[in-house]
Design a protein around this ligand. Structure first.
Ligand code: 4NP
Length: 149
């Protein structure tokens, strides 16, 4: 099973989602990665505030580097989780067929089914926003981990 977490910059939300899900799955047959719909931060480390909240929770995300979502990701992943509606729409715009489309989910629908809730973009806010994002993603990743392993 291959799971891709996607946000806008791939420096705040999706690196946390990747790190959190990796911390909950123990099978060698599960691979988790993340990407951004923009290439604004290509090659960069996660935001220092994401690194910090992950570290508080015992998770190291400093091995990660931002990359842009590419159409080949539809071939390389089974599940593609969007952090918000904008990411979801941007990913679906690149889908080539119904099979691609069917892989794309709103991540908070795992913890809050059918509500299409957004993981709020914490980039322009303070540290509290990152803790809030962490907690939302932790809940969603508990559900994802229990489903895929
Ligand atoms: P992310 O947050 O999508 O959670 O990585 C953002 C990071 C950077 C920008 C926007 C959102 N930006 O506009 O540079």
């Amino acid at each position: 099973m291959r799971v891709l977490m996607v946000c806008l910059g791939n420096i705040c939300r999706s690196p946390l989602a990747e790190g959190i899900l990796r911390s909950k799955v123990f099978s060698d047959s599960i691979f988790v990665d993340s990407a951004g719909t923009s290439g604004f931060h290509q090659g960069e480390l996660p935001d220092p505030r994401s690194i910090a909240i992950a570290k508080v929770k015992g998770i190291d995300i400093t091995y990660q580097r931002s990359r842009k979502f590419v159409v080949e990701d539809f071939d390389n992943f089974d599940l593609i989780y969007a952090m918000d509606q904008s990411n979801f729409n941007n990913i679906l715009d690149l889908a080539r067929n119904g099979e691609d489309e069917s892989k794309v989910k709103m991540i908070l629908n795992e913890s809050n089914p059918n509500q299409n809730l957004n993981v709020p973009d914490p980039y322009y806010g303070g540290d509290q926003g990152f803790e809030n994002v962490y907690n939302m993603l932790d809940e969603a990743c508990d559900v994802i981990a229990s489903k895929i392993q």
